[in-house]
Design a protein around this ligand. Sequence first.
Ligand code: SF4
Ligand code: SF4
Length: 420
Amino acid sequence: MIAGVQQLTHLSKIGLGIYTKKRAFCGPLWVQIGVSNRCNYRCVMCWDHPTFVPKDDPYPDSITSKYYRNNPGIDRSSKVMDFALFTKTIEDLHAVGTRRVDLVGRGEPFLNEDLMQMVAFVKGKGMYCSISTNGSLLTEQALSRLVGEGLDQLIVSLNTGRPETYGKIHTSEDATTFFRIKEALVGLNQLKVGKESAGPIVTLSFVLCKSNFREVGEMVGLAQEVGAKQAIFKHAVLYDGISFLGLTEEEKGELDRALIEAEQAAARSGLEMKLDPPIGSFLPGSVGPPSPMEVYGKIPCTIGWLFALITADGTVLPCCHCFSAMGNVEEESFARIWRSEPYERFRDNAILLPNSGKPVPTCRCDVCTFTKFNLSVHNHLHPFRRKVFYPGQREYNPAQLLSSLVLKRTARGPKRGRPR
Ligand code: SF4
Ligand code: SF4
């Protein structure tokens, strides 16, 4: 109850900051922490560890290489976040009201050997915790520990519904890994039986490209088979060097029709499908999804009040497509960085996007993946100035998001003291 009131107050303060276009009156709603730059995979659509760049070569002039170029001190291939820095960061975030932490990576989070203790620490603070993983290191022992620690959500990138395609996308792997991950996820359901928190919920993620777009039906079937709650479908971001993965207009239409069918099948079993771009965008007669800069010609970006990204070396970035460091949590507190002059300037630039018509300096707003999120925030805060870009536009439901992801689950999650 008290946690619920605190979160509602927090959300109101965020809303007030955005609405008045003033400073941030409290910390972000949720934060992603990159606990590992190291990765054991090489995937065709990856911009951090792409298959076409030999391990020791300089990275191409594509999206995230700009970040690494501006941060030459960071080791892109092997850096993992120290546990001491992690716990300090969580303490900082908790103090400013943040209650959701996603453990992600520019690599594979399970390659950080402190991952389990990190989950335990976050849950010990009563915060919502998720992990995004390629699934390759999901052993029964690891899953059992995660269930015990009260992990809330496990997001697994499978990117295929067919074993024979697995190795075409994850080029370092083959069908054996696909079967092993599937078996582990099926086994997770047994591990959860009778446990207090009933978590983690499982989300399967599929990045769609030339190699797998005809497998949508099987992807939904796979999600149902392993007992996933959600399936996320996204088009691959075609950065430099992987344009060959793009779909023709005709193929996009074919994909859309398959997604419509798959969504009906998913609904019958209660599987929630999340689609980006929205379904139907490429059907004949549709004008297609708006480009990010079209969207930001009409609405501002409010990410600077809601979200932050912290990389393995402690660098704080405002979003996944911005490369100018706001500060480093190893050197100063998150609260200080969050209220710093560079962050205030970032918020000013982002909120003025519709006026400037240009991307925020040092950000790739032209490939932004937060458009749907920003659109929802705008439409909820301005019900009489709603923006609708396509028929059937769906938005996040903030009440549902808050109650399902933050309030109820953290309130009933395991309560424990300091992690061991
Ligand atoms: S698993 Fe993730 S980080 Fe690793 S290569 Fe694949 S997409 Fe990149
Ligand atoms: S890329 Fe630009 S528009 Fe998108 S979230 Fe970042 S700052 Fe905002």
